[in-house]
Each structure stands twice: as structure tokens, then as C-alpha cells.
Design a protein around this ligand. Structure first.
Ligand code: PEP
Ligand code: MG
Length: 586
């Protein structure tokens, strides 16, 4: 817990472990402030130097954007980098710049005000247009404007950060997390957020340690302070003393030793010593992660969060652009299967044109959005179906809460197939479909849902949130977000039994599937597939390969009789410590 603030003593702040790893280094306080612009009069003599300030700010902005563009291309591919190309084009717009310079000379106002006023006019026109594409571009214009204004003011920008740093911020969006990682980011520490927030999930994919839900990190840390984060224990240490640094370094070494033991496991199957095979696959957000998933020994993609492409771009990509991304994932993973989850927009995954809702997690999200936007849905379904001609493709629908929704989705899928057939475009007519069990109503109706599809995949991040009424993003209640709550375990059992009764396979793609404490229990409950963050996959495989299925079944039977989370966790922790003592569990 926090101790009184001081500038010399060590300070421990507890948070939530969001991505494994230990980092020690200087902090960088990341704040996203929107600059306030005031109008100021300048003298005629000052006009030239004001224009020079503007020109050098534009040159600097362009340099920054070129760097971001190059990094995004490398990390997320050229399609996702287009947004920055568009921003660079705005900076080179001669008509805009000439009119700004002219106004500075004629009106004798400061450069930041004139650029703000001129770009705001542009933005207003774009927002008034009926074209959705134009609305999206208005946000780019905003970004460019803020960048120029910051540069006119000579304010330090994150993209100029030199050297290594641990990013400390109130919150981070998924896009911030990816974009920031172009620097030498050692780790992330945020005041808000939970372990299943998408920024946390992305940190794990990027293998960057992260601690979230720290409440007061931004009040206690200043840029340049030496800090440490422990992404296993969920702690931030401000100004760590030599003894603390030594303890952390020893822990990091122990973990590295364990990781060495995992070498070679990638080529082995996820099979128990008594020959029960579990499909062990990976969760990914971007096509570029396929290579890492394969390297880690993944036997498929159990969850491809296609909405990440929408979030990174800030708009829904056209069919062709989607198809290219999906095809590269399907081809890259072939002959292993790839489960394409249709856009899961809403909740914490907001896109520019969604209206702010009072209760976004209970609002317009997942399949509800897509069924209300059949044209968008059909475009995506066509793109996925087209990719099915290039690999082993499956389709999965998120946030389904009533039967009508899955039936309507299937009808749209049929329409997408018909349209491809009449366009003479190849696809796999037998493409397998599944749905996510993320809502309590779907648990209760699991058997009926199973009858509609080829597989079910349990999304524990949302299922726990809705089952236990605990906001997955709210760090004040994060202690209540429990994988091992007996209600969660019994719900999983109900889903597995219902699905097996209908002869469909049952997977899990929520973060619980990648929790090393849960593996034996999940095997014992009868899960057929586990889809996990690729960075944890070798550990999970090691556990599967160390425990007999018949023993796991006994463990699950016992866990179903326990009635508190503490008893269940304690039992599972001692079991894992016994079997694999080196496993770095806390
Ligand atoms: C889930 O809810 O468990 C899940 C995998 O989906 P997401 O985290 O993307 O909401
Ligand atoms: Mg979900």
C-alpha cells in the first residue's frame, strides 16, 4: 500500500499484474493534454518570425509523423499505417499553409491561433459532410493540429523520447500501447485499467511488462524518477533502494532460468502424459503476431480480435483491406485453424463514431452492433469467407445473449456466401462457425446455442464481468474479478457438459485460459481447446504435458465441491508448485 510521499524514500504502490516481466529504469510520465489556444496580437515586425516558428513546427511535426509511420508499418503493416500518411499529407497542403501564413501577416495574430482557427474550419466542414469517411478523417485533422501546436510551443513530445523508459500514465488506449512501444519502452504502469483491458492484453503480446490499476502512480512519479515494476506481483516501486533492486534482479534471473527450460517445447504437442490432447492455440490482435504465435508453438489461432484493425485505423476498413489482412493470417497459420471473431466493437473498444453510453458494457456492443449494421457485417463476412479459400478458417460471433442473434448472424453469413457464389469468388462452403459464451444467459442456454454451431468458446473476461457483476476495467473492484470464484467454475462445467451433449467442442479464449493456476482445473473440467496469449503459451503447454488427464479430472471434481475462491486457489497453487516448482507463480 502507499506510504507517505517523499522524494528520497522508496515507495511501494500495489496494483494489478497485467503483463509479466520486471523492469527497472527511468519513468516517463505520459499525459495526453489537448492544448488550449489563445488569440494574441503580434506586431508587424514579428510576423516573419511567427511564420518561421510555424514552418519549423510543421517540419518537426512531419519528422515525427514519418517516424510513427515507419514504426506502424513495421509493427502493424502498411494498411494500418495509412492513417499517418493522411496526416502527413495535411502537413504538406500548400493551400492550407499559404492561407495560414497570409492570415498571420494580414490579421497580425499568433501562429498557433491562426493554425487552430484555420484547421478548425476544415474540421467543421468534414464533420458536416454526410460521408462517414470524412468524419473519420476529421479526427486525423485534430491530431495533426494538436501536434503542430505543441511543436510551435516547443513542447516535448513523446515521439521525441530518447533512451529507455517505463511509461507511467493515467490510462492507455490499445492504440497508445502499440504506438508508444515504438520507443524503447521497458514497461507500462497505469493508474486505471484491469488485467483484461485491451491495453493490458496488447502489452502481453508485445512482451512488455505492465502493471495497471495503481490508482496513484501519476501523482507519485515524475518523469526521470527511477522506478521498477514487477509485472508478476503487480507492484510499482518508486526510487527502489539497492536491496529491492537486487531482489527484483534475482527474481528476473530465476524467471529467465525457467524460460530456458522451455526451449524446445514449441515443437512438442500439448498432450498429457496419458495421451489426452488439448488444442493449444493463441489469441492475436494483428496479422504480424502470427509469426510469434508459431514460434511459441501454437497449434492455431483460437481468437483473432479482428476489431483491432478497426481501432488502429479509426474506421472500418473496406472489404479488400480486411481480406488482405485475413488472408495473411489464414495463410501464415495454415494448415492450423484460425478463428476469426467478427468485430467486437463497444465496451472498452470504442471507435470514433460510437456515441458515449452510460453503461457501455451493457450497451451497444459485439454482435448487437453488427446486426444493426448489416452492410458492415456482410462486408466483414465476405472478407473472412474469401480468406477461407487460403487456409483453415473458422468464424466466431461475440457477445451473443439470445438465440435470435446467432440465427440472424447465420442468415447473414448465408447471404454473404450467396453473394460470393454469384460473384464467382471462391470460399470454403463448409466453414465452421462458433460463438462465444460471455453472457450468463448463454451459459443457461448453452445446449440450445451448441445446437446452432460447430463450437463454443468461453470468453471469461466478459463472462466473469457479467456473472459476478464486476466491471473488468474498474480497478476499485478488481479484487472481485475472480477466475476461481466457485460460480465461475460451475458455469464452465455447465457449458462443457451442455456442449459435449450436443457433440460440439468447447474452447476457452478468455484470459483465464492463460492463467497457469487454472490449467489443470480446465483440463479436468473437459475443455477441448485453450487459446492463450502467445507469450504464456509455452508455460501452459509445460503444465499440460506434466499432469495426467485422469488426475486433472479428480482435481476438477474436488474443486467443484469447494465454496470459496481462497480454498480453490490455495489448492491449485500448491498443486502447481509441487508439479513444476520453477513456475513463477505468485
Ligand atoms: C472475453 O471476453 O473473454 C474475450 C476473449 O473477449 P474480449 O476480451 O476481446 O472481450
Ligand atoms: Mg469479450
Amino acid at each position: 500500500m502507499d506510504s507517505p510521499q517523499s522524494t528520497t524514500t522508496e515507495l511501494f504502490i500495489n496494483g494489478i499484474a497485467a503483463a509479466p516481466g520486471i523492469a527497472i529504469g527511468p519513468a516517463y510520465l505520459f499525459t495526453k493534454t489537448v492544448p488550449r489556444v489563445e488569440v494574441k496580437a503580434i506586431s508587424r515586425e514579428e510576423a516573419d518570425s511567427e511564420i518561421m516558428r510555424l514552418r519549423s513546427a510543421i517540419a518537426r511535426s512531419e519528422k515525427e509523423l514519418q517516424k510513427i509511420l515507419a514504426f506502424t508499418e513495421l509493427k502493424l503493416g502498411s494498411q494500418n499505417a495509412k492513417i499517418f500518411e493522411a496526416q502527413i499529407m495535411i502537413l504538406g497542403d500548400r493551400i492550407l499553409l499559404d492561407s495560414v501564413e497570409k492570415r498571420i501577416r494580414e490579421e497580425l495574430h499568433n501562429a498557433e491561433f491562426v493554425i487552430y482557427d484555420e484547421i478548425s474550419k476544415y474540421k467543421k466542414l468534414m464533420l458536416e459532410a454526410s460521408d462517414e469517411y470524412m468524419h473519420e478523417r476529421a479526427h486525423d485533422v485534430d491530431d495533426v493540429m494538436n501536434r503542430i501546436i505543441r511543436n510551435i510551443r516547443d513542447q516535448k513530445l513523446f515521439s521525441k523520447l530518447e533512451g529507455e523508459a517505463i511509461i507511467v500514465s493515467e490510462t492507455l488506449t490499445p492504440a497508445d500501447t502499440v504506438i508508444l512501444s515504438r520507443n524503447q519502452v521497458l514497461g507500462y504502469a497505469t493508474d486505471l485499467g484491469g488485467v483484461t483491458s485491451h491495453a493490458a492484453i496488447i502489452s502481453r503480446s508485445l512482451k512488455i511488462p505492465a502493471v495497471v490499476g495503481l490508482h496513484s502512480a501519476t501523482t507519485h512519479v515524475h518523469s526521470g524518477d527511477i522506478i521498477a515494476i514487477d509485472g508478476y506481483a503487480g507492484a510499482l516501486i518508486v526510487r527502489p533502494q539497492p536491496a529491492t533492486v537486487e531482489t527484483l534482479q534475482r527474481k528476473a534471473q530465476r524467471i529467465r532460468n525457467f524460460e530456458e527450460q522451455l526451449h524446445g517445447i514449441a515443437s512438442l504437442g500439448a498432450e498429457t502424459p496419458d495421451h489426452r490432447r488439448i488444442e493449444l492455440s493463441a489469441n492475436i490482435e494483428f496479422p504480424e503476431e502470427v509469426e510469434f504465435a508459431r514460434m511459441q508453438g501454437s497449434a492455431g489461432i483460437g481468437l483473432y480480435r479482428t476489431e483491432s484493425q478497426v481501432i488502429a485505423k479509426g474506421a472500418f476498413p473496406e472489404e479488400e483491406e480486411q481480406f488482405e489482412a485475413y488472408r495473411s493470417v489464414a495463410e501464415g497459420m495454415a494448415p492450423f485453424p484460425v478463428i476469426f471473431r467478427t468485430f467486437d466493437i463497444g465496451g472498452d473498444k470504442v471507435i470514433p463514431d460510437t456515441t458515449r453510453e452510460q453503461n457501455p458494457f451493457l450497451g451497444w456492443r459485439g454482435i448487437r452492433v453488427m446486426l444493426d449494421r448489416p452492410a458492415l457485417f456482410l462486408t466483414q463476412l465476405r472478407a473472412i469467407l474469401r480468406a477461407s479459400a487460403h487456409g483453415n478458417v473458422r468464424i466466431m460471433f461475440p457477445m451473443v445473449s439470445k438465440l435470435h442473434e446467432i440465427r440472424a448472424a447465420k442468415q447473414l453469413l448465408q447471404r454473404a456466401k450467396d453473394s460470393l457464389t454469384s460473384d464467382n469468388i471462391p470460399f470454403d462452403p463448409k466453414v465452421k462457425i462458433g460463438l462465444m459464451i460471455e453472457v450468463p444467459s448463454a451459459v443457461i442456454l448453452a445446449e440450445e446455442f451448441a445446437a446452432e454451431v460447430d463450437f463454443l468458446s468461453i470468453g471469461t473476461n466478459d463472462l466473469i464481468q457479467y456473472l459476478l457483476a464486476v466491471d473488468r476495467e474498474n480497478s476499485s473492484v478488481s479484487q472481485l474479478f475472480q477466475h476461481f470464484n466457485p460460480a465461475v467454475i460451475r458455469a464452465i462445467k455447465m457449458i462443457v457438459d451442455a456442449g459435449h451433449k450436443r457433440h460440439v467442442w468447447i474452447g476457452m479464449c478468455g484470459e483465464m485460459a492463460g492463467d497457469p493456476l487454472a490449467t489443470v482445473l480446465l483440463m479436468g473440467l473437459g475443455l477441448d481447446e485453450l487459446s492463450v496469449n502467445p507469450s504464456i503459451l509455452p508455460e501452459i503447454k509445460k503444465i499440460i504435458r506434466s499432469v495426467k488427464h485422469k488426475d486433472a479430472r479428480k482435481v476438477a471434481e474436488k474443486m467443484l465441491t469447494l465454496s470459496t475462491e481462497d480454498e480453490i486457489k490455495e489448492f491449485l497453487a500448491s498443486l502447481v508448485r509441487n508439479k513444476i516448482p520453477e513456475l513463477p507463480i505468485e
